[in-house]
Design a protein around this ligand. Structure first.
Ligand SMILES: [Fe+2]
Length: 183
């Protein structure tokens, strides 16, 4: 199982694998930075900003064909949360682990939400189990980090702009350092 044990490893991973396609005209690196910027602009906590930055880190352990093929659910949200769990508290890894479930929840909660999803997000939704049923949705509302998971999902859905002036990934290093678990 992939595990990350330092900020340097995270920076290296995005430097070497960040050019992988996200699948919607932007790279993984661009998507990560855009989502973190959106979280910061919304006044999100440091944990939420770092969760937004790293929410798709699980995809960076895959090869590009797997990301783009939409042939099976890769459970990248769990891979990512697990890989980061030695470094960050649940305030960061919890919303990451739930960001796919948050899409399923929002499809149940807001009928118009599904219509606004990108083609890629619609394609993966089906593989991820489709919209929640009512019982699943009500259980999801009771989970820790429910609100941050929904906020992260909104950033995820909008952080795909083709011509955004992205700031460097390294701008977020101090924020990540400030949240490191000190074991
Ligand atoms: Fe994403």
């Amino acid at each position: 199982m992939a595990r990350l044990s330092s900020i340097e490893q995270i920076v290296h991973l995005y430097a070497t694998q960040g050019a992988l396609a996200y699948g919607e005209g932007v790279t993984q690196l661009e998507h990560a930075v855009q989502c973190a910027q959106l979280a910061r602009q919304s006044g999100g906590s440091p944990s939420l900003v770092v969760a937004a930055l790293l929410h798709d880190v699980g995809h960076l352990f895959e090869d590009e064909s797997a990301v783009a093929s939409f042939s099976s659910d890769d459970h990248h949200e769990i891979t990512g949360a697990d890989a980061l769990s030695d470094l960050f508290a649940e305030a960061v890894t919890g919303p990451i682990a739930l960001h796919v479930a948050a899409k399923r929840y929002l499809c149940w909660k807001e009928p118009q939400y599904y219509e606004g999803l990108s083609a890629a997000s619609k394609a993966t939704l089906a593989l991820q189990g489709g919209p929640f049923e009512t019982g699943q949705a009500l259980a999801f509302e009771r989970l820790n980090h429910f609100h941050d998971a929904l906020a992260l999902r909104r950033f995820d859905d909008t952080g795909k702009r083709l011509y955004s002036a992205n700031i460097p990934f390294s701008d977020f290093i101090p924020l990540m350092n400030g949240l490191l678990n000190h074991l």
